[in-house]
Design a protein around this ligand. Structure first.
Ligand SMILES: CC(C)(COP(=O)(O)OP(=O)(O)OC[C@H]1O[C@@H](n2cnc3c(N)ncnc32)[C@H](O)[C@@H]1OP(=O)(O)O)[C@@H](O)C(=O)NCCC(=O)NCCS
Length: 179
């Protein structure tokens, strides 16, 4: 097994196709879908790839965004498209990918953040459930995103989280789902 760290621009067309197919199969296996918007959300940063016998078995992407923690803008490594091939799940591959993600976040960003429906998976890996409110910065101001409260996890390299229920974490705008 080896871990690759590739920028989106470094992926060959075949590798990009394989990454997308891995994500589509992982989401299909849990009864969901991985559509164009999901794919676009995981482009433009670093892809962490777990490779076994020349095939990708797990993936996670780290995208640079600006998130505001109680008004302070922080250079954030935002994690997207964490996935393992259905037939290879339960063997520690996504955890391995996330340990490499943690290194990227801790080494290059002021904050790590992600949005998930399975917080327990990330809490085991040193991520902390955001205890406060969430929002997105839109052209005319901050729009709260209460539907995401409880789904966002953060990681603060080198310090512990000082936040409570009234704290506010705001992400930058992007097309589609902001979180
Ligand atoms: C979630 C996912 C990435 C896990 O991949 P994986 O390679 O099987 O994960 P690992 O083998 O590293 O899991 C290790 C641990 O995480 C736990 N875990 C795995 N899937 C989990 C889930 N859905 N919810 C909570 N914990 C989970 C396992 O119980 C295991 O714990 P253990 O070591 O104590 O037994 C994989 O199931 C997947 O691709 N799912 C579909 C896509 C998805 O939901 N991605 C996350 C969206 S944010």
């Amino acid at each position: 097994m080896r871990i690759l760290r590739l920028q989106t621009a470094e992926l060959t067309p075949d590798q990009a196709r394989d990454v997308r197919s891995l994500c589509e199969r992982a989401w299909a296996a849990k009864g969901g879908g991985f559509d164009d918007e999901d794919w676009e959300s995981c482009l433009g940063g670093t892809h962490v790839l777990v490779e076994e016998r020349d095939a990708f078995v797990a993936h996670a992407a780290v995208i640079e965004r600006i998130l505001e923690l109680d008004g302070t803008p922080l250079r954030t490594g935002f994690v997207e498209a964490v996935a393992t091939l259905p037939e290879r799940q339960g063997a520690g591959h996504a955890s391995e990918a996330m340990r490499a993600v943690n290194e990227l976040v801790d080494g290059g960003f002021e904050l790590g953040a992600l949005d998930t429906d399975i917080p327990a998976f990330y809490e085991r890996l040193g991520w902390v459930l955001w205890p406060g409110r969430t929002g997105v910065r839109e052209p005319d101001g901050v729009r709260l995103t209460p539907e995401e409260d409880g789904n966002v996890l953060v990681r603060l390299p080198g310090r512990s989280l000082d936040a409570g229920r009234d704290s506010l974490l705001v992400c930058d705008w992007r097309p589609g789902d902001p979180w």
